[in-house]
Ligand binder design. Sequence first.
Ligand SMILES: Cc1ncc(COP(=O)(O)O)c(C=O)c1O
Length: 379
Amino acid sequence: MNIDVNAVPTPSYVLDLGILHHNLQILASVRRKTGCKILLAFKGFAMFSLFPVIRKYLQGASASSLDEARLASDEFGGEVHVYMPAYKEEEFSEILSYADHLVFNSFSQLERFKDKVLASPRNISCGIRLNPQYSEVEVELYNPCARYSRLGVTEKEFQPEKLDNIQGLHFHALCGQNADSLTHTLDRVEAQFGEYLHRMVWVNFGGGHHITRKDYDINQLCRLIDRVQDRYGVAVYLEPGEAVALHAGVLVTQVLDIIRNEINIAILDTSAAAHMPDVLEMPYRPEIAGAGLPGQYEHTYRLGGLTCLAGDVVGDYSFPDPLTVGQKLVFQDMAHYTMVKNNTFNGVRLPSIGIYDPERRTTKIIRSFSYEDYKTRLS
Ligand SMILES: Cc1ncc(COP(=O)(O)O)c(C=O)c1O
């Protein structure tokens, strides 16, 4: 990405339109080859100013709350698919006004709400989320099939006698994985639930497919989609979040101070806790343009955030030259699971949001935040 870091205020998330287009073209090629439909999972990326661009390539959106469903209906268009671990009585009729597909997490939720769905003047297709009890996700926090998971119905709890109003099955068991993991997961899904797939209209493979990563095996994904579509006569849906915005955005920050406590420490005008919470939750180490592992270059620093949380540390990085106050640092791959998850902890202001257009070579800030954004979340 060739953005002019001096042209943006810090901190700012800046999205590269060229990379977004590139990712979307890859996703569109999967649709072209297989006829499957691909939805944007808002939980991973919901930059609505870009929905008109994304909508040219993807067929709809996957929402996991009332507000995401409304955003999908108001701003994205196309098909609106909703799944929530549990629906609330007081929200349900509004959700019905937006949803085209509604996935239930349990048969008890289906029983509770099915009459309302049937009474709706809209033609809503219902599904059940499965838990194949198989996943290759190693981090427990992100493993939908970890022991005792609340997400989806296991084979043992499945109630085929209640499938009358169910047209689809949904599973989501991947997280940033390649098609080999999908192969193994799908084998389990078919072994456990294959007989019911024959009765369905659609199957949703969930998200977690790293389709836009360089080493992703797209041909294998297409083979699996074809297999399921041919074998069961169903339409296949994918609902990636991360793959849509993978490597498409950066977070531009600035060094505010450099101190020493046995090691060199730089304090930045961002926060791992507030602006890139997955760095602490996952945890993972974001790349910084021009920086390396500790000791790789001559000058190593611990990079810390602006909040008073002791653990608000992004990690240890080395640089060829000493850092200086005012220097800009650019964190890579910061478009997904950042804007949608950030918060105003400590009153730290949210990063601005910008778009880099490689064709025009322009960087434009499209949203800035203020004291009001902090205050309106409190009372
Ligand atoms: C049900 C469901 N669908 C889709 C996604 C999107 O996953 P990803 O952003 O990893 O593609 C998630 C992520 O947690 C999910 O829980």
